[in-house]
Design a protein around this ligand. Structure first.
Ligand code: PHE
Length: 500
């Protein structure tokens, strides 16, 4: 175990299926569950899904293939992989390693929230008492008092981090691979069971239509097709695809570095895409029809009820579950079990990307690296865990004011982001697109697409999409990613009326 990460005897997955499962486990996470259904609902159901699918098989395919090939070729995690390929380009690895290091602490804080809800639903299922008040009317109050408490969010986050560390310390095969074999089938089973239950509920048809049938009116203004809305939909789908496929975070490089030469990268990527997209679509089936019915029943606007992120998961869904009668707590329990596993497997991949970076750089044992990273993550997570409570007022803006910088610009939206939202913005919206663009330029123009093509074709595999790949990595991918970067920054600084 201890030497698993040394390049001489690098750990490896036991086979192609294990690799696909691990990468899919990373990809399937909160993004699939709380963001995809929301975006689909906002952007015209089937129309959004179609655009998303096209992006996954083109841009997503290009980026994921690139990362996995870089990992397998160099047998390094991203911190050291780029410098192995080219001395002068090691900085991308450094920049890229900062991303999982910044994401994993807040992802674990959210993991802690999910764990808390798992425990709450377990109690509710066993006792039959709704802890969020009659019909969960107090779900918003329940949630905000939990996340703003001084100690509880940190404690749940800590338990979550320790659980991930316990798996990582066991190594690639004995830890990550084995735990996926347990968690992923349960996740799939629960997701399918809940969606069948929801589809069979009387009255679910309207919500299903709302979700699946392309609603072209969401792409038009006053009956006329709007290019601007189409652009917005494509950008929304692209941002989601990045996050959902765990791209530009070094994870696919790290996981690729454990891949065996005899396994096919091209086929693996296709399978990972299928798994990830399937779960995203199933998440919509679980969530949209019930939220739709709930909105109709309570006279709410469907788009308003169908919010994203924590609001959907921790406030709206508990209310929706409470309308399901005796089945409610059990559906809630099944739902939060699957969310816990989805969050855990994604957090493990982020944590592993950091551990592998430290192992490769310092050539230390996995056990020490896991411990060192765990302590770092705990420390960094306090900023997010306390950011809604005792440290609620800590923002860049307040920091500037404290040191006497009081310019009007320090009051902009970006400078007022609280702990968790701040980390979320700089990683997902700024660093990730930057790393992805530089990677495309590096592979497309400096090293040449053959670096990746040769690796994908290693061991006699045929790279069917090689021509398409070269074209994408050189021309289309960098342009599309730049568009995401610009739009995200405009959105954060409220330039040009971006609202989503
Ligand atoms: N891909 C994961 C999701 O869809 C998110 C994730 C982010 C995973 C960062 C790993 C790292 O939720």
């Amino acid at each position: 175990m201890s030497t698993e990460n040394h390049s001489t005897s690098r750990a490896s997955w036991s086979g192609q299926l294990a690799f696909v499962l691990a990468a899919a486990a990373s990809a399937i996470g909160l993004g699939n569950l709380w963001r995809f259904p929301y975006l689909a609902a906002q952007y015209g159901g089937g129309a959004f899904i179609a655009i998303y699918l096209i992006l996954v098989v083109t841009l997503g395919f290009t980026l994921m293939t690139t990362e996995i090939a870089i990992g397998r070729k160099t047998r390094q995690s991203q911190l050291t992989a780029y410098s192995r390929l080219h001395k002068g380009w090691g900085f991308i690895g450094l920049l890229g390693t900062i991303i999982p290091l910044l994401i994993v602490p807040y992802y674990c804080v959210i993991g802690g929230w999910v764990l808390k809800y798992f425990v709450v639903y377990l109690k509710m299922a066993l006792t039959g008492v709704n802890l969020m008040g009659e019909n969960a009317v107090d779900s918003a109050e329940f949630f905000s008092s939990f996340i703003s408490a001084p100690f509880a969010p940190f404690a749940f986050g800590l338990v979550f981090i320790i659980a991930c560390a316990a798996i990582i310390v066991l190594g690639v095969k004995n830890g990550i691979e084995r735990s996926n074999l347990v968690m992923m089938p349960i996740l799939f089973f629960m997701a399918i069971a809940i969606s069948i239950y929801v589809i069979c509920l009387p009255g679910s048809g309207a919500g299903l239509k709302y979700y699946l049938i392309p609603n072209l009116s969401s792409l038009s203004v006053d009956g006329a097709f709007s290019i601007q809305l189409l652009g917005k939909t494509i950008l929304g789908a692209m941002g989601q695809m990045f996050y959902s496929l765990s791209l530009a975070m070094g994870i696919m490089i790290t996981y690729g570095s454990y891949m065996r030469k005899e396994d096919s990268i091209e086929k693996s990527v296709r399978r990972i895409e299928i798994f990830d997209t399937l779960i995203a679509i199933i998440a919509g089936l679980m969530i949209i029809p019930v939220v739709y019915m709930f909105a109709v029943k309570t006279g709410m606007d469907v788009k308003e009820a169908m919010n994203a992120g924590p609001g959907l998961m921790f406030i709206t869904l508990p209310k929706v579950f409470a309308t399901l009668g005796v089945a409610g707590p059990w559906v809630g329990l099944a739902f939060f079990t699957l969310v816990t596993f989805a969050a855990a497997t994604s957090a493990i991949s982020l944590y592993e990307a950091c551990v592998a970076a430290v192992c490769d750089l310092l050539k230390i044992e996995r056990r020490s690296a896991t411990f060192f990273m765990g302590a770092t993550i705990c420390f960094l997570s306090t900023f997010s865990a306390l950011g809604y409570g005792p440290w609620g007022d800590v923002t860049l803006s307040s920091a500037f004011h404290a040191i006497g910088i009081n310019g009007e610009w320090t009051n902009g939206a970006f400078f007022k982001l609280q702990g968790l939202d701040f980390f979320d913005f700089i990683t997902n919206s700024v660093f990730m697109p930057i790393v992805a663009v530089i990677t495309c330029v590096f592979i497309g123009w400096i090293k040449g697409p053959n670096t990746v093509i040769d690796e994908v074709s290693a061991d006699g595999h045929q790279f069917k999409a090689r021509g398409f790949y070269s074209f994408m990595v050189k021309y289309i991918a960098p342009l599309l990613i730049l568009a995401v970067l610009v739009s995200e920054v405009c959105r954060a600084f409220k330039i040009g009326g971006w609202s989503i």
